[in-house]
Design a protein around this ligand. Structure first.
Ligand code: 9MR
Length: 366
């Protein structure tokens, strides 16, 4: 089991800097020596070990059915130190009928993570999507009670097993207003977010509590709205520990303001994490596109390492064959770091090299 960096002993800055240089030099050598020959993941060069040496994590999402795919699990177990269940902790799976809970699929992923020494990101407690229809129809007082019961039961069930929860997912429209088709906001108003966070804190006091969304990676109207919300929650003493930036990118279009945006959130006193990274390419992906994708991935790694409270990066799905992208964006794909045979792509090599070359990530309180 690995532990959050905040719980690790912190050596002095100078000693650590010297050690970092030595480790960086050694790992850079190891990476450049091994990766071109396709030996990705040899001792000391997996993304998870390189990330851990820098004080961050590298994770991936996977679904229960993926556990039956040995090519996929070989990569997942070797390369990733954090796991997010793709669907198994969502409301439609965990509470399909009122008060009728089913944690078996999520438990299976949690067991796999534990067996492989990986931590878990819980995803997600309150979301308008993958929500059973019985929840949508409830009047406000019953919806509030159902939301609290759901959070209490699920976060309580996974208490002690989850590093962080995406407590509320995708709360905003693109223009920064609260999502129009969201039954929680429609019935309960803006306060449902604080209510959800407080309920989650009570259920699992040690889990980091996150708000998570897409298209908030750069400076824009939607990230402004998230920023205002987090600032307001902090000023009211509502428990909020982090913001998750999904980072579903299009190749060549990683926002230039990613770093400045992450920094303004950490200045509010919260952690930030890249929670669902992928970088889609119009198919067929040629070598130029794969090279641009490598730059994109490495840029995200460098940015996270440059922002002290960026705690880690999670790729959405493990490899191109199990990626959600082709099913949702017809004509696009090749969005992950592993190709159709689960072999490392240039994006993998570039990410590993960026981790190896980076300075040690400074802990939040340094
Ligand atoms: O990866 C998930 C896919 O299997 C589901 O069909 C889809 C349905 O909503 O959800 C996917 O995961 C989403 C995540 O929960 C939230 N952000 C966007 C992800 C990709 O759609």
């Amino acid at each position: 089991m690995q532990f959050p960096t905040s719980r690790l002993p912190r050596p002095g800055r100078a000693r650590r800097a010297a050690r970092s240089l030595a480790v960086a030099a050694a790992t850079a050598l190891a990476v450049t020596a091994l990766l071109p020959t396709g030996q990705a993941g040899a001792a000391g060069t997996s993304l998870r070990s390189l990330a851990q040496a820098r004080g961050i994590y590298f994770g991936a999402s996977l679904a229960q059915s993926d556990l039956n795919n040995p090519s996929l699990t070989a990569v997942a177990g070797r390369e990733f130190g954090m796991l997010t269940p793709a669907n198994e902790m969502k409301w439609d799976t965990t509470e399909p009928g009122p008060g009728s809970f089913n944690f078996a699929p999520g438990d299976r992923i949690a067991s796999y993570a534990k067996a492989n020494g990986m931590r878990l990101r819980g995803h997600t407690l309150v979301w308008h999507n993958q929500l059973p229809s019985w929840v949508r129809g409830l009047p406000a007082d019953q919806l509030r009670a159902a939301m609290r019961r759901h959070i209490t039961a699920e976060a309580g069930h996974y208490k002690g097993q989850v590093y962080a929860w995406d407590v509320v997912n995708e709360a905003f429209n693109e223009d920064g207003s609260f999502r129009t088709d969201d039954p929680f906001h429609n019935a309960l108003g803006d306060g449902y977010v604080a209510d959800a966070l407080r309920t989650a804190r009570a259920a699992d006091p040690n889990a980091k509590l996150y708000l998570n969304d897409y298209n908030i990676e750069g400076l824009n109207a939607k990230s402004d709205a998230m920023y205002r919300l987090v600032k307001s929650l902090k000023s009211q003493g509502v428990p909020i520990d982090g913001v998750g930036f999904q980072a579903h990118f299009v190749v060549g279009q990683v926002p230039a303001s990613l770093k400045a945006n992450l920094q303004r959130f950490t200045a509010l006193g919260v952690d930030v994490a890249v929670t669902e990274l992928d970088d889609r390419i119009q198919l067929p992906a040629n070598s130029a596109a794969l090279a641009r994708q490598a730059d994109d991935y490495a840029g995200v790694v460098r940015t996270c390492l440059a922002v002290p409270r960026c705690v880690g990066i999670t790729q959405w799905d493990v490899g191109d064959p199990d990626s959600w992208i082709p099913g949702t964006f017809p004509g696009y794909g090749a969005a992950t770091m592993f190709d159709n045979g689960y072999r490392p792509k240039p994006a993998y090599t570039a990410s590993a090299a960026a981790l190896a070359a980076g300075a040690h990530h400074l802990a939040p309180t340094d």
